[in-house]
Design a protein around this ligand. Structure first.
Ligand code: FES
Length: 115
């Protein structure tokens, strides 16, 4: 049987398994990990999801590639730390908080709001 990948690409319905730019499959983000979703990074903090802007406020480091310890994220470039659920700076060199987004989970799909 042929795959129907082309048909799915044309269908924007989440039921088809195709995600929109602000959506992600929750099983793609196990606890303690991160995923880039559009211009945001989604983090699984012990089973609940928090989302932030994807780039560090210091020099634009890729936050989804940082180390996550609980809700504390360490930027991979210069080691600034943020709380990914509140956006607060916990350690420099960054001084500006990061933006956070609401994450809504419906079944297997998570959706970011406020981007
Ligand atoms: S870019 Fe993140 S700490 Fe410098």
């Amino acid at each position: 049987m042929q795959t129907n990948t082309q048909a799915n690409v044309a269908d924007s319905s989440t039921k088809s398994g195709v995600l929109q730019d602000n959506q992600f499959r929750i099983d793609a983000v196990p606890p303690g990990s991160a995923l880039l979703v559009g211009d945001a990074a989604v983090f699984n903090v012990a089973g609940s999801f928090c989302a932030t802007q994807a780039k560090c406020t210091h020099r634009g480091g890729p936050l989804s590639e940082g180390r996550l310890d609980g809700s504390t994220l360490t930027c991979p470039w210069h080691g600034a730390q943020f709380n990914v659920c509140t956006g607060a700076v916990l350690r420099g060199p960054a001084t500006e908080p990061i933006k956070t987004y609401r994450v809504i989970v419906e079944g297997e799909i998570g959706r970011l709001e406020g981007q």
